[in-house]
Design a protein around this ligand. Structure first.
Ligand code: C5P
Length: 252
């Protein structure tokens, strides 16, 4: 698996490259390469621009988190995952609710495909429960459980099936770290400054400092950098918060 376990603060910052098109995405890559650890390419950008956005990030020497949340029958997800290996992404994700067999077949296919190509496997992350769902949404779908319990249950199954980590909401970090151990990768979006009121759609937020202190390995940040007056300064401020969070982790 790719060695992404740097303790360099900026390496723990994943920038959500939620740009409208290729040119805008390129300008963000130009500005932030070397200042963030990874660029997250999601469904919108990948669907409109395609694999060339991954190549452009790689050409700059930066890492890629392909956030396409694969969810299908095991064979289809395994083949899509091989295509992600072919793009040499560093991290990608699948839905844990696709089941243990889907996860296991994907992880095995990724390892075999990477070996064949002579490259390291990307980190396979599992998405547990979308943060847009609450307990009553789960009841409506037919799950008789709470989001907190289902997150832990799916994360444990994902770990047992070979996934390297999870994407988790800020409120789940502590329980996941406690139950899944130190080596399981936790990636956390929903990061907002502790000093400013949240003005957008993120509800369950933590600051970068709090998320890292709680045990997140990586934080995903989009709008707090994209919409800042000076994005590079915002980026440096968040890296400093990560450094402070790491120092507090060490002192626990
Ligand atoms: O702009 P913001 O910092 O909210 O960006 C967070 C990124 O993480 C977005 O790309 C969003 O789609 C993604 N994300 C999230 N919550 C999740 C999973 C992914 O905000 N549970």
């Amino acid at each position: 698996m790719k060695n992404i376990s740097s303790r360099e603060p900026a390496d723990k910052l994943i920038f959500a490259l939620d740009a409208a098109g290729y040119e805008e995405a390129l300008s963000w890559i130009e500005l932030l390469s070397g200042h963030v650890g990874m660029f997250k390419v999601g469904k919108e950008l990948f669907t409109s621009v395609g694999p060339k956005i991954v190549e452009s990030i790689k050409q700059k020497g930066s890492r890629v988190f392909l956030d396409l949340k694969f969810h299908d029958i095991p064979n289809t997800v395994a083949r899509a995952a091989e295509a992600a290996v072919g793009l040499n992404v560093d991290m990608f994700n699948i839905h844990a609710s696709g089941g243990a067999r889907m996860i296991r077949e994907t992880v095995d296919a990724v390892a075999a495909c990477a070996e064949k190509r002579g490259i390291e496997s990307p980190v396979v992350l599992a998405v547990t429960v979308l943060t847009s769902l609450n307990n009553s949404d789960l009841a409506e779908i037919g799950f008789e459980t709470t989001t907190n319990d289902l997150v832990l249950r799916l994360a444990k199954m994902a770990q047992k099936s070979g996934a390297s980590g999870v994407v988790a909401s800020p409120q789940d970090i502590v329980a996941l770290r406690r139950d899944l151990g130190e080596d399981f990768v936790i990636v956390t979006p929903g990061i907002r400054s502790a000093d400013e009121p949240v003005k957008d759609d993120q509800k369950r937020t933590l600051s970068a400092f709090e998320a890292i202190q709680a045990g997140a390995d990586y934080i995903v940040v989009g709008r707090p950098i994209r919409q800042a007056k000076d994005p590079l300064t915002a980026c440096r401020r968040i890296s400093q918060e990560i450094a402070d969070g790491l120092a507090c982790q060490n002192s626990i």
